[in-house]
Ligand binder design. Structure first.
Ligand SMILES: [Zn+2]
Length: 223
């Protein structure tokens, strides 16, 4: 983020406190069932979102194991089987602990691929009637994917990270990080065993959003 240094000079010639981008505001220990993380809290001055990165161990600057997890209330907190988000979050936290160090950036404002909770629930209602996840968003006049990863890149940079091993099946996350100046040394698959409730959703992600999900080949087609 570039700061407009010309217009925010105060009358005393000092920079006004108005900021842009993600500001680190707090660092708190967070013991979890997976291990002891540090919760590093950020305020995104551009969008007003409160963000948090879970840091485990002594992270270096290169090839850091990282998950950018898009907020999903239904999957992460309620154990929804509509999607695989909750399992992916758990798998990512376990992987970081097993590795000995790494970061899970939990991206708020990404609910429903960026359309918001209520819109996501509306899209889920349409999917119960037979539309797929892409068609449902479009039927509501909403983008298929409205997520922005600029703040994630800012948080990683603030934590001193220059290159990551990105736990994701989504090529767009990789492209977005690179676009925002964070190198992706490797894309690490995060494959969750599908179940009856989410297999259609996962197939749509693979077929219509280019997600790399080779393990779905082993699951028979049918209703
Ligand atoms: Zn989800």
């Amino acid at each position: 983020m570039t700061e407009n240094t010309g217009s925010n000079l105060g009358v005393l010639g000092k920079k006004s406190p108005r900021r842009s981008g993600a500001e680190r505001v707090v660092n708190a220990p967070l013991p979890t069932v997976y291990g002891k993380f540090q919760a590093v809290g950020y305020l995104d001055h551009d969008r007003g979102d409160e963000q948090v990165a879970l840091v485990y161990g002594e992270i270096g600057s290169e090839n850091v194991l990282v998950r950018l997890h898009s907020e999903c209330l239904t999957g992460d907190a309620f154990g929804s089987r509509h999607c695989e988000c909750g399992d992916q979050l758990e798998a990512a936290m376990r992987a970081v602990v097993a590795e000995g160090s790494g970061i899970v950036v939990y991206l708020r404002g990404h609910e429903g691929r960026g359309i918001g909770l209520l819109a996501k629930l509306r899209a889920m209602a349409l999917q119960a009637e037979g539309l797929d996840t892409v068609e449902a968003n479009l039927a509501l006049g909403l983008p298929v994917d409205a997520r922005d990863y600029g703040v994630a890149a800012e948080i990683l940079r603030d934590l001193g990270v220059r290159s990551v091993r990105l736990m994701s099946n989504n090529p767009r996350k990789r492209e977005a990080l690179v676009l925002h100046g964070v190198q992706v040394a490797e894309q690490v698959p995060l494959l969750i065993e599908p179940c009856e409730s989410n297999i259609t959703y996962l197939r749509t992600k693979r077929e219509r959003m280019d997600h790399h999900l080779p393990h779905l080949d082993a699951v028979a087609h049918g209703s």
